[in-house]
Design a protein around this ligand. Sequence first.
Ligand code: TXA
Ligand code: MG
Length: 370
Amino acid sequence: MDTHDSIHTHILSNPSSNDLLVAARALQNGELVAIPTETVYGLGANGLDAEAMDKIYAAKGRPSDNPLILHVPSIDSIRPLVKAIPKTAYQLMETFWPGPLTITLPKSDLVPYRATGGLERVALRCPDHDICRQLLSLAGVPIAAPSANISGRPSPTTAQAVYEDMNGRILYIVDAGPCSIGVESTVVEVQEDAVIILRPGGITKEMLETVVSTVTYDKALSSDAKPKAPGMKYKHYAPDAPMTAFVGNAQDVAIAIDKYVHSLTRQQGEIVSHDFVHIAKACNVGYLLSKEVYEALQPTILTDVPVNCIHVYGHHGDAVSLAHDFYSALLSFNEAKVTHIIAEGVQPEGLGVAVMNRMEKASGGHIEYL
Ligand code: TXA
Ligand code: MG
């Protein structure tokens, strides 16, 4: 039997102020509590308590050199956690907090190395989520919280998805409904008056440029260089089935998907049967598509595809809708037990950079720009 199975996991739905107090106490006492944020659900523990944070690594199966983000309810509450707040960092916090921006700064002695994976910098974020911030205020300590999934799997954007991965491993899940953004925060390192994006996310490069003149991406995002965010080197967000993605105008994407599905059914057909109906069924594909591409393919390859294998996220090129639906679509395809996933991506601009970074990882780099 799995040793985690001894914990009974409670979901606190529509949490009352008493529920939040109970969750805050549990966090103070070194227990794990999943918390809602505007990006994805986090797996929270007291960020000043190394033993509590050990439990995060155990529950997720997370590599121990991958540092955690400390979540705080306000700018003021980071003062004891850092050596100093440089002017540029302060301007970014004033502009984008509360919000999906994580800033790394040199840590004070109060922050255990367990929170930073041994690094001298600590990652800090103030979520734009009322219930989360109420909980952080009640806890009175910074809450270390990675995404609340088992390492390597898609991040959870609903309490139900957290439950799937964390049932039996944590005490509470604070359920505040689906996350509004759907992809994780932008992680930046501030150097004097320049900013390096270590992980693209909800706050885009263009948004950062309204505050800081020099904004660059960490070289590791576009090459094999060692990433400054240790977590970026690991396998991530992977659905159970292999995924292939296509990006281009709607018509080209529809043509490419049609062609790809025919090649897939041919491959499968050789193994399974020469009867075409049998062949089509044997290849159980999950589709993540825009409305336009869905409509183009509906009369042909999608005719007999079950509804739980098709996810339409919004209009062609709508990065906001794709971000919102991406992880939940991958998890629904896991549930449908598809054998392949075909996804339509968006251009890597604005929020599209963050979405395509996740898609790149989820597909193991199988993205065709048409
Ligand atoms: O939106 C989010 O950021 C969510 C919610 C729950 O707040 N959290 C999240 O945490 O995505 P996690 O642990 O899944 O990702 C944190 C990322 C990792 O890539 C990690 O390596 C990087 O932040 N990171 C954390 N501390 C760092 C540090 N001191 N220096 C560089 N990178 C750091
Ligand atoms: Mg994560």
